[in-house]
Design a protein around this ligand. Structure first.
Ligand SMILES: NC(=O)c1ccc[n+]([C@@H]2O[C@H](COP(=O)([O-])OP(=O)(O)OC[C@H]3O[C@@H](n4cnc5c(N)ncnc54)[C@H](OP(=O)(O)O)[C@@H]3O)[C@@H](O)[C@H]2O)c1
Length: 239
């Protein structure tokens, strides 16, 4: 993708982990608006220069979607070139089953909020014939340790397929399924990957693959260690 025109890019969950790594990678060439659950004060000094920030806690999908739309308008944007719906949580149930609260929270943050955001952002993306990118997970195909998380990502996969067909010619839709990456997510989830952690990709390397997959528009796209070794992020298209 040409570097000539800076794009207006929204990244949810842009204050940490993969979202922040993606934002840092794109900040030089594009205009960024990031969102997260933390307060503005808590993220001050840690975001790329010039990036806007919206507090939107997706545990309440409706309120957070309203906050997101209001924040975009207050930032002075009337359109989006890209929206990357990346915010997400995982909760590992340990030996037992997830509690009902944990299941609801996982589905609200990862899936219900993304459905409402997609609907609310459609008019802004349509004005630019933009691209909506969902961040799924390789766990969407099933993962023994995090069933509710896997279900939320499988839901996103179905949602992306439906919207890709419904919005064809108006807004491009894609879903990316990252494999394991070194962020704070696993600790927050209460999941210890043990020695496997050494095989996890660095957040910045995963972000490079995400940027390249967004530029290519392909969907679904699995972003794995194997693909990384195939140099897709280095030799592929640039956003
Ligand atoms: N890391 C991996 O191995 C991996 C693998 C496959 C897929 N993914 C997916 O990649 C995405 C990013 O994960 P990550 O590894 O970067 O995790 P992370 O480091 O824990 O970051 C998660 C991001 O989501 C935001 N978030 C969490 N709960 C939220 C809520 N209730 N409302 C609004 N924002 C919320 C966080 O904001 P706050 O900091 O403000 O809470 C943070 O910006 C997720 O969708 C995850 O499922 C990650």
């Amino acid at each position: 993708m040409s570097r000539a025109r800076p794009r207006r890019i929204l990244i949810t969950g842009g204050n940490a982990g993969l979202g922040l790594a993606l934002a840092q990678r794109l900040a030089r060439d594009h205009k960024l608006l990031l969102s997260g659950r933390k307060s503005q004060i808590a993220v001050d000094g840690s975001l790329p220069r010039g990036a806007g920030y919206i507090v939107a806690d997706q545990a309440d999908p409706e309120m957070s979607t309203q906050a997101l739309v209001r924040g975009i308008r207050d930032f002075g944007w009337d359109r989006l070139d890209n929206a990357v719906l990346n915010a997400g949580i995982g909760i590992a149930p340990g030996e037992g089953f997830d509690s009902t609260d944990a299941i609801r929270n996982t589905l609200d943050v990862n899936l219900t909020a993304a459905i409402l955001q997609a609907q609310a952002l459609f008019p802004l993306l349509e004005k630019s014939r933009g691209t909506l990118t969902f961040i799924g997970s390789v766990a969407h195909a099933g993962s023994a340790t995090v069933p509710a998380y896997a279900a939320s990502k499988a839901g996103l996969h179905g949602l992306a397929r439906a919207l890709r067909s419904e919005w064809k010619g108006r807004v491009s839709v894609q879903i990316l399924h990252p494999g394991p990456a070194r962020t704070g997510m696993h600790d927050k989830a209460g999941y210890d990957p043990g020695r496997l952690r050494a095989l996890f990709l660095k957040a910045d390397d995963m972000a490079a693959m995400m940027a390249s997959a967004i530029a290519s528009g392909r969907s679904p796209a699995t972003l794995s260690f194997g693909r990384y070794l195939g140099l897709g992020a280095v030799l592929g298209r640039r956003l």
